[in-house]
Design a protein around this ligand. Structure first.
Ligand SMILES: C[S@@+](CC[C@H](N)C(=O)[O-])C[C@H]1O[C@@H](n2cnc3c(N)ncnc32)[C@H](O)[C@@H]1O
Length: 291
């Protein structure tokens, strides 16, 4: 069997969409999802900077403008906006933008332009720093989405995304239901591979992403984690979660860590830009990418 001359990462992404390993790419359904799940979204993040934020903060020393794609309720925005002069955020879920706008107003943070729209169709002028955290899942054509991010980046592109490890409760739930353990697509790895394929020498590191659920009982936690499961499944999941719970004054806490991939591209970093054509991209057909 002959091997293809090079890996076509955009096709691999498309296959992952077809197989369901990358889901929720249909924007209307995702917009509806955030309409009803936006309120609970923030509750699952413990205090402290979000995963990959070090790479974002490091870039702000030289960044005056920032563009964030898919800010959600502003986990990154609220920390980043005060560090730059002007920030634009683009999100296709009006319910999330409303929540973010309320937080910005309440905390007196100015200089953030909120735009409703779908990336990449919505487009944006170049910004010093471009950030997209946990948003590539919605992209059917990853090449168009990433090419547009690269084109919009003057000094630093940061993409935070799945490293392909499922949270403990997802594995437990699969075992309860007799399903195969879920295998989330390592989207961050796909992203960095696609970028290298196109001559964009990005780096990939791993950071720890922490998530937290609190409730009065393990049964309530299980219900939050598997809202569509039947009562018997919820009860079994609650039992199996026991080892992962810690007591709190009000009940129990389920906290876990999973790895998150942090993709960073600095078009001005010449150490990674061998064979650079001057725009930060090297000649992908000659150099091929990492092996
Ligand atoms: C999982 S949340 C992530 C929010 C935030 N970045 C974070 O890490 O907490 C995804 C957000 O991105 C938005 N989103 C996803 N794909 C998008 C796209 N292609 N264009 C615009 N917004 C998008 C969703 O509406 C949602 O608000």
């Amino acid at each position: 069997m002959s091997m293809p001359a090079s890996v076509d990462m955009a096709s691999i992404w498309a296959q992952a969409i077809e197989s369901g390993a990358i889901d929720r790419w249909a924007p209307d359904a995702d917009r509806d999802y955030w309409q009803t799940h936006g309120d609970a979204y923030d509750d699952r993040f413990p205090d402290g900077p979000p995963e990959g934020f070090d790479a974002v903060a490091e870039a702000t020393a030289e960044a005056r403008t920032a563009l964030e794609i898919g800010p959600g309720t502003g986990r990154y925005t609220m920390r980043l906006a005060p560090q730059v002069e002007q920030m634009t955020v683009v999100d296709y879920a009006p319910s999330m933008l409303d929540r973010l706008q309320t937080r910005l107003t309440n905390q007196g943070i100015d200089g953030v332009t909120c735009r409703e729209g779908r990336w990449p169709a919505v487009g944006a002028a170049p910004h010093d720093l471009v950030l997209a955290a946990w948003t590539t899942y919605s992209q059917r054509e990853i090449d168009a989405a990433l090419d547009a991010m690269v084109a919009a980046t003057r000094r630093r592109l940061v993409i935070v995304d799945s490293a392909g490890v499922a949270p403990p409760h997802t594995k437990l739930l699969a075992a309860v239901c007799g399903d195969d353990p879920p295998d989330p697509a390592p989207r961050a790895l796909y992203v960095v591979s696609y970028l290298w394929e196109t001559g964009v020498r990005a780096s990939l590191t791993v950071d720890s992403a922490r998530r937290c659920y609190e409730a009065d009982s393990s049964q309530s936690i299980a219900t939050q984690l598997a809202p569509e499961a039947n009562p018997a499944t919820i009860s079994t999941l609650a039992d199996r979660l026991d080892d992962h719970l810690e007591p709190t004054a009000e009940g129990v806490r389920y906290q876990y860590e999973i790895p998150a991939g942090v993709v960073v591209w600095d078009p001005t970093d010449e150490s990674l830009a061998e064979g650079s054509s001057g725009d930060g991209r090297s000649d992908a057909t000659e150099s091929g990418g990492p092996d």
